[in-house]
Design a protein around this ligand. Structure first.
Ligand code: IPD
Ligand code: CA
Ligand code: CA
Length: 257
């Protein structure tokens, strides 16, 4: 596997998706609902088309798993794509959103690309090669205790199904830390753990395209990432806890109490 080529294509795909998002930002014609509060816009669809076209041109045989168009069979590698992570922010003209693209072979995530086009921030992680923000190395925060930490979380669209548990966990974390934020993009949440802006992130009911790229960026920046039980995160885990490592056990014990 030529990881340098994977990296170049992943970055090009993210930039092409980001360009579409930038063109549509503040200027949407249609916003559809996939569920009661789960939105999809023409920007999601057009960004995904641009990303897939870029990848397919370089790697016509590779498989793709993309949020809006689903699974495309293939072999040799698999690209996991969220063409717009943070659609609700986007639809409300809040510039906190990104394109998220991971590359995996089997279940092994080998690269992650997360681009926030309006913030001009590109996060890249390649397995064994570290993580970068706009080509400069990044690493997780040096915070040692939960009481000194700033956390971030998210609420899934089906939050009514787990509402009490969600609020209990949120409340316990709020009282144990310096604060808890809710940005609205799981991929950026993970990249912000990677760059030390947050000390930890947790969320339930996520999909592979929300987490795969950010997981690799965070891991390469020194993060520890598991599910709530402490077992390792994998592409198909629908929940995630990612921290700077130092506060991980403390956070797990508060989440599971
Ligand atoms: C959502 C965002 C949000 C998270 C939701 C996700 P979308 O993805 O990552 O932060 O809380 O659970 O579904 O729908 O904007 O791609
Ligand atoms: Ca998403
Ligand atoms: Ca999305």
């Amino acid at each position: 596997m030529d990881m340098e080529q994977i990296k170049q294509v992943g970055i090009a795909a993210a930039l092409n998706g980001g360009k579409v998002l930038q063109e549509h930002f503040g200027n949407l014609r249609s916003v559809r609902k996939k569920g009661a509060i789960d939105l999809v816009t023409e920007a999601d669809i057009r960004s995904e088309t641009a990303i897939i076209a870029t990848i397919a041109k370089a790697f016509p045989d590779h498989a793709i798993l993309a949020e809006e168009s689903g699974s495309h069979a293939g072999n040799g590698g698999r690209w996991i794509i969220d063409p717009l992570d943070g659609t609700t922010n986007f639809a409300h003209n809040l510039p906190l959103f990104c394109v998220s693209i991971a590359f995996a072979v089997g279940d092994d995530i080998l690269a992650g690309f997360v681009l926030a086009p309006l913030l001009n921030e590109l996060f890249v992680g390649v397995k064994g090669k570290g993580a970068q923000l706009n080509a400069s190395p990044i690493s997780v925060s040096p915070i040692r205790t939960l009481s000194d930490s700033l956390l971030v979380t998210g609420f899934p669209y089906d939050h009514p199904t787990i509402f009490d548990q969600l609020m209990e966990r949120f409340g316990r974390c709020l009282t144990a830390t310096q604060g808890v934020r809710r940005l609205g993009s799981a991929a950026l949440d993970l990249c912000y753990v990677a760059s030390g802006r947050f000390d930890g992130f947790w969320e339930q009911h996520l999909k592979p395209w929300d987490t795969a790229a950010g997981f690799l960026v965070a891991t390469e920046a020194g993060a520890r990432t598991t599910v709530f039980s402490g077992a390792p995160y994998s592409i198909d885990s629908d929940e995630i806890v990612s921290t700077n490592g130092a506060i991980h056990d403390e956070l797990l014990s508060i989440l599971e109490r």
